[in-house]
Design a protein around this ligand. Structure first.
Ligand code: ADP
Ligand code: MG
Length: 364
């Protein structure tokens, strides 16, 4: 039976528009492989949802399912309250940007960006104005006549983005949009993209394996692994309160230590971490390399736990140590950082202290 909405139902319509994207129980199988398993996720209108996870976890499958490119899926995908099953790709009003290779090589920059405008039957003069506006938005003002083959990777990605935005998508789907770029460019473009999405109040889903990309862009982050959502949270909360060791491991925690919370302070053998408002009791602390600072013994800061340097490696802005910690129950070795002004030799003893900024509390 069909039911029809009452047309002047203004309030429900506003509510529906605000609803954004909602996935419920989405499952996708390829033969015997379950790429997605019972995914519940949402991206409220105007927000950016980042889906973060290892390669093969199901990220691209998720985006293709939302776009309508995935033939067989179970569960429901809704946008603005509307069920999208049976709505073909080109009628969903979604824009997509992939990792690479998506520009039309035979058109120049303007021709690529214009594509979305032609689809909307925008007139010629208006098209020219809009192309200029979009190119300015992505930091490529004046690039209209440039050939696609003469663009750098970062410029090509910006053009792809402008082209997707030109179609005024209700939802922008980004599949590892920056991962083909070198580090400096990626960081800069991530910041630009975050600003652009927030300025244009675009609802977007970005899938990536890159922590920086996810955390720079997202209003919410979902961790996807082996086809399941392990946790969905605001970025800061996810970073400091991962649900379990698997999520924490994905967020860079390499060592786990038992501790206790009392009076808003979590203590473990390496030191303590303020956690105001957390209820008292046992806790598992997740330490990133940057969560443990090493100091040469014999300096004045040699309280706390000790260890012996096993290995050291120079990073671009610090030195990382692997430290054997025989005194610490349940842990053999841990990663620590040391200022490059006092790098100890392998075999040397170091004092260790916790840095709350690199520490997470699990299961809270
Ligand atoms: P991600 O984008 O996170 O790397 P994918 O969504 O591409 O992950 O893949 C998820 C899983 O589904 C993987 O095990 C992958 O091998 C499998 N898969 C993806 N696409 C296909 C396909 N067209 N046919 C068969 N298996 C696929
Ligand atoms: Mg992928």
């Amino acid at each position: 039976m069909r039911t029809f909405e009452v047309h002047d139902a203004a309030v429900p319509e506003v509510r529906q528009r605000d609803e954004g994207l909602r996935l419920e129980g989405v499952t996708v199988r390829y033969g015997s492989t379950t790429a997605l398993s019972g995914i519940d996720l949402s991206a409220p209108s105007g927000e950016v949802l980042a889906v973060l996870g290892p390669s093969g976890g199901g990220k691209s499958t998720l985006l293709r399912t939302v776009a309508g490119l995935e033939g067989s899926s179970r569960g429901s995908v809704r946008f603005g309250g509307q069920d999208l099953s049976g709505v073909p790709v080109h009628r969903r009003g979604f824009g997509m940007v992939f990792q690479d290779g998506q520009l039309f090589g035979h058109r120049d920059v303007a021709g690529n960006v214009e594509f979305g405008l032609r689809m909307r039957s925008v007139g010629r003069r208006e098209r020219r104005r809009e192309v200029a506006r979009l190119l300015e938005l992505v930091g490529l003002a004046g690039y209209q006549r440039r050939k696609v083959g003469e663009l750098s990777g970062g410029q090509a990605q910006r053009v792809a983005l402008a082209r997707a935005l030109a179609a005024r998508p209700r939802l922008l789907l980004l599949d590892e949009p920056l991962s083909g770029l070198d580090r400096m460019l990626r960081e800069r473009l991530a910041v630009d993209l975050a600003e652009l999405l927030s300025d244009s109040a675009t609802t977007a889903v970005v899938v990536t394996h890159d922590l920086d990309e996810a955390f720079t862009l997202a209003d919410r982050v979902a961790v996807l692994s082996e086809g399941r959502v392990l946790q969905e949270e605001r970025p800061r909360r996810l970073w400091t309160r991962p649900a379990d060791e698997e999520v924490a491991g994905f967020l860079g925690c390499t060592t786990f230590l038992r501790g206790r919370i009392e009076d808003g302070i979590a203590s473990c053998p390496l030191g303590s971490v303020p956690c105001p408002g957390e209820h008292a009791g046992e806790v598992l602390l997740g330490l990133r390399a940057t969560g443990v600072r090493a100091h040469r013994s014999g300096t004045e800061r040699n309280r706390g736990a000790r260890g012996e340097v096993v290995r050291r490696s120079h990073r671009h802005d610090h030195v990382r140590l692997t430290v054997a910690v025989p005194e610490l129950a349940g842990v053999d070795r841990l990663e620590a950082v040391v200022a490059d002004t006092e790098v100890p030799e392998p075999g040397e003893e170091v004092a260790l202290e916790i840095d709350p900024a690199g520490t997470a509390l699990l299961g809270r």
